[in-house]
Design a protein around this ligand. Structure first.
Ligand SMILES: [Zn+2]
Length: 281
């Protein structure tokens, strides 16, 4: 663990530490805290076998298929048909995005890079052009679009990643980001019950999910990376079945489970848990 006092997003020294998290009193981001060192963070991420990756993506594939289509429609439209664009799926994991992307835009080239080169599934490899992660910084390919689907919460230095990706955009290129955001449930449970608030944080802030954004912290990191937000929306989106989240939060009490399931099924009406955004230079 790295002892560091300031907020890694806005550099404020005013942090409210609770259990394994810290909330910044200035930009409101919730951080995994104390900050893990990059080495332990990366070694955990690299430990997945192909079988485990296949299991993970099989569980989330229906959700992601829909989410990827929504993402594409948020950034691109019919005018991009018949264009030979280069697109990067940054942190693309198993490689499912390329299938959905090329089903809408058959002529685009979809590149993929991920902290774990081995997570690209052989079943989906065919439509991806892989850039090994260790070679990514020096790779000269420039992109029309870069997609970060459920990635921005995982990276230990989001500002560094954004600056690097900004340098890999073609002129008029755009970056799409889809990442978890705090919503009213965080404040509500914090005042209602520290036990439930802790469960929420255990389920959503982990060594993998290093930051849960507020709108202010998100806009700040984009601005500090020399980019601007050209499109922004808050949506309700899940990538896994309800059971996955209940297990992560260790919710076993039947009443709480029942309430959580009602919440999950109806959350599109009242809980916007994700930021979807398009960035440009
Ligand atoms: Zn901050």
């Amino acid at each position: 663990m790295t002892k560091q006092k300031n907020c890694k997003i806005c550099n404020s020294s005013s942090l409210r530490v609770f259990e394994h998290t810290a909330t910044c009193n200035n930009c409101r981001v919730i951080l995994y805290y104390p900050y893990p060192d990059a080495k332990s963070h990366y070694s955990i991420a690299k430990n997945w076998t192909q079988e485990r990756v296949l299991n993970w993506y099989s569980k989330s594939s229906f959700y992601n298929h829909r989410n990827f289509t929504n993402m594409l429609l948020f950034v691109m439209d019919e005018s991009f048909k018949r264009k030979k664009l280069t697109i990067l799926d940054y942190g693309g994991g198993g490689g499912q995005f390329a299938l959905v992307c090329k089903s809408h835009f058959p002529e685009v080239s979809v590149y993929i890079t991920d902290i774990s080169d081995y997570s690209l599934l052989k079943e989906w490899r065919l439509l991806n052009i892989q850039i090994p992660f260790r070679k990514f910084a020096k790779d000269k390919t420039k992109f029309d679009f870069i997609f970060l689907n459920d990635v921005f919460e995982h990276v230990d230095s989001p500002g560094t990643v954004l600056k690097q990706l900004a340098g890999k955009l073609k002129e008029n290129g755009k970056i799409f980001i889809d990442t978890p955001k705090q919503f009213w449930l965080y404040t509500f449970t914090r005042f209602l019950s520290k036990t439930i608030y802790k469960k929420l944080l255990v389920g959503t802030v982990t060594i993998f999910h290093l930051q849960i954004w507020s709108r202010k912290s998100f806009e700040l990191i984009v601005k500090n990376s020399g980019l601007k937000v050209s499109k922004y929306r808050e949506v309700s989106e899940y990538t896994m079945p309800a059971d996955h989240y209940l297990k992560n939060m260790s919710i076993t009490n039947p009443f709480l489970r029942f309430m959580a399931l009602i919440f999950y099924k109806n959350s599109k009406w009242f809980a916007k848990n994700k930021i979807i955004s398009v960035l440009s230079r």
